[in-house]
Ligand binder design. Structure first.
Ligand SMILES: Nc1ncnc2c1ncn2[C@@H]1O[C@H](COP(=O)(O)OP(=O)(O)OP(=O)(O)O)[C@@H](O)[C@H]1O
Ligand SMILES: [Mg+2]
Length: 330
């Protein structure tokens, strides 16, 4: 079986006046249909850049791909012409971006924005609105999607403009917009962080329902390990541009092996803690302009030793549970 998404040895540099920061340092990640991957790690560790890379949305320059491949449904994303990429974005790959203010056009009605996305996707897939898509059918679908994400009186809100919606409601519209084209992969970057707990639970339940119904896969970027435990099948833990540990959620929670994963699990999983220092973990994320050679976590690690000066290869500690640390090599 070919994987839905395969990221192989992805390196990304980010240019600035001071030089080039090594922001992605050999990312390997495979996602199959129906899997929900949580991507976690401290601020600045490369979660968003990994998600944006999948549909080649990282601006180049200042960024530069320095190596590796991204295969989505067998297509080599980094080599695709722009026209082909546009067919992926918003259709095969749904995106919810971290910064919601950049997403809805303030001058168009909510319903029209959803209808346009649905019609564009329907031109490529009869699953969405049947073989002869109409604007009326797209409008019906838009109302149903808004209802699904918890917008009250959804049908009557289609003609509203974004400024008539609260921030949390706009975020729900963006979620509806990412899902309306029935993507095979949804990349959701902190999709529920701005929402209150009950709406957050509703949105996560909606995503789970879509996964069960359509076999969609999800890359869920989040600071909240509670969300990962509840909503994800798999997890990738990132540190300073590397995936240091990955596997099924149950495996990683039961048997965390990388010292960084252990520190994350020991910390209270709140945004405040994740934004600041981690409990029991001295130091901070390294400067990616001149990162330490080898394991980038070594300067903060109580178990660091001479071998850590070479980047440890990820090895399986149990089936599908991979860890990039000398402790796992023993
Ligand atoms: N457009 C850009 N220009 C310059 N540097 C960037 C750009 N985007 C990201 N970076 C840098 O790349 C690194 C990784 O950023 P990224 O946004 O992927 O982190 P993140 O893990 O998503 O963090 P957060 O949890 O804060 O969202 C950071 O050091 C960031 O400052
Ligand atoms: Mg981010």
């Amino acid at each position: 079986m070919t994987a839905l998404l395969e990221i192989q040895g992805l390196y990304l540099g980010m240019q600035s006046f001071d030089g080039e920061a090594h922001v992605l340092n050999g990312i390997d990640l495979t996602i199959n249909c129906g899997e929900v991957w949580g991507v976690v790690g401290e601020t600045g560790c490369g979660k968003s850049l990994t998600g944006l890379s999948v549909s080649r949305l990282v601006p180049t320059p200042p960024a530069r791909y320095r190596g590796g491949r991204i295969l989505f449904e067998g297509q080599d994303v980094l080599a695709l012409p722009e026209g082909e990429l546009r067919k992926l974005r918003g259709r095969r790959i749904g995106m919810i971006f971290q910064d919601p203010t950049t997403n809805l056009n303030p001058s168009f009605r909510i319903g029209d924005q959803l209808v346009d996305v649905a019609l564009a996707a329907a031109r490529h897939s009869a699953d969405i609105l049947g073989p002869k898509p109409t604007r009326a059918a797209a409008r019906d679908l838009a109302a149903r999607m808004l209802d699904k994400v918890g917008i009250p009186n959804a049908a009557s809100r289609l003609d509203d403009y974004p400024h008539q919606f609260s921030g949390g409601m706009r975020q729900r519209v963006l979620i509806a917009m990412a899902l309306i084209g029935r993507p095979s992969l949804l990349i959701a970057d902190e999709p529920t962080t701005a929402l209150d707990v009950s709406v957050q639970a509703q949105v996560l339940a909606l995503l789970k329902g879509m996964v069960a119904e359509t076999g969609m896969a999800v890359m869920l970027i989040t600071h909240n390990l509670g969300v990962v435990a509840q909503s994800c099948t798999h997890v990738a833990v990132m540190y300073a541009g590397n995936i240091v540990e990955s596997g099924r959620v149950a495996q990683v929670i039961r048997r965390p092996t990388h010292p960084y994963t252990k520190a994350l699990l020991a910390a209270i999983p709140t945004r405040q803690v994740m934004r600041g220092a981690l409990q029991g973990l001295a130091g901070s994320v390294p400067d990616l302009l001149s990162p330490p050679p080898g394991c980038r976590f070594a300067p903060r690690c109580a178990h660091a030793r001479a071998e850590c000066a070479v980047l440890p290869e990820a090895v399986a500690v149990e089936d599908g549970h991979r860890v990039a640390c000398v402790l796992a090599h023993a």
